[in-house]
Design a binder for this molecule. Sequence first.
Ligand code: NAD
Length: 485
Amino acid sequence: MESSTFVLFGATGDLAKRKIFPALYNLFADGKLSGPLSVIGLGRRTLTNESFQAGVLDSLHAFSRRKVEDSPELQRFLKSFEYSVLDVGHPEDYRKLLGHVQRREEELGLPQNRMFYLSVGPEFFGEIAANINASGLGDTRGWKRLIIEKPFGTDLESARELNDSLNAAFTEEEIFRIDHFLGKPMVQNLEVLKYSNPVLRALWQNRYIANVQITASETVGVEERAGYYDKAGALRDMFQNHMLQLVMMMAMQLPKGSTPEDVRSKKRHVIQSVRPLLRENLAQNVIRGQYAAGEINGRPVDAYTSEPGIGPSSQNETYIAARLFIDDPLWDEVPFYIRTGKRMKEKSTRIVIEFKEPFNDLHNLNRLNLDPNLLIIDIGPEEGISLQLNTKNPRQHGQLEPVSIRHDSANPELPEAYENLIYDALLGDATFFAHWDEVELSWQWVQPIIEATAGGTLPLHLYPAGSNGPAAADELLGDAHWWLD
Ligand code: NAD
């Protein structure tokens, strides 16, 4: 990996503290950052380098995966962090920043490779990109790259505007849009699972798959993010980005040895092939929900509308489920059931693949009332893969019963999503980042939901906190049902 300067906007914020500093430290401690390290943190507050470094150390103690012990190496790591005051709207601050970056490049003998990480609100992205351009920070003899966080727009139009503003300073190849679900090891493993297991590769199609269920449930409520969440809702916070990315990762089929460009083109093909929602059948395919008062782990919890910062008449959704179809010969007529919500029964992100019984008629297995075979891919918080099969139980007169073969890959030594993603961005590998085409097509697909919600034509179903969501979401599945509820 070529050395670079890591310029972090929003270095005094929550994300920097909880994810970015620990990720950089773990990459450093794992020996993955070659050459000298230079991180320049930016914020509006005035801070000395020493107090900034002390803040970085605090965050490592609180959030690092690896244990943090004092050592010359740790001191070397901390000394690589320097701080500059910058207000995003002040062009002169960028010129000062350029001087700072160049001074560090000279002191450390670094090539002019510059990574700009925008850990600030998206309302600042366009202005920062323009100022990077205008100040000369972007005129490098090496590479320049931009990492940005979600949310990427609030609808199709605003996403396009945001993208245009970034493109004025960075090309698509230079933009790395973080969707942290794509950094999760099990999501990165999905493609390998498919192409390196002939059994799965053969079955990965509509002839054998009855339906696919993707769930991302949380037990937490709106927490301290009421202002943001009450505008975003589950659709913008989770569905348009993370859930549709999981659909793409699940449904794409790649040949062995594919390049990042192949991955992007296959993902684009999937999202382009998702059958558009029609206004007349929207309510049969999309269920919006909001949590009412309930109980989680024996503890009573308030309704969404009683949360601090949320109005009593809020119609915002904290849950969304949808049935979608991918119009591609491989997936023809296989329903994908997707749901995500807050204040649900358990914290879990999981894909369940329910297989058909294609030999039913042949062997007349149906009368045995068999459970279907299931492949369960647990993405988080625990990672694992299970396969549910039917076997004969010798103790029960040979009665058939489902058994589960499970592999748990939980391992505290595994790199976290942000480590994987920052490392890939430093290498220039965009495989696990969201390409603009994917973002735009995802917004295009959810746009009818946004419009129906604004027009009041998509009902809001209440569900008790601690449940698996509104009963209406069960009806999406017809004769099937959600597994593991
Ligand atoms: P935060 O509010 O904790 O921090 C924001 C940072 O922006 C601070 O360092 C602040 O000083 C800086 N900032 C604000 N106005 C500025 C200005 N005018 N000039 C210069 N700096 C300014 O926010 P956060 O939680 O760290 O989130 C940062 C970004 O990451 C946001 O886009 C957020 O949506 C996204 N994000 C955060 C999380 C998370 O877990 N915190 C998760 C996903 C995405």
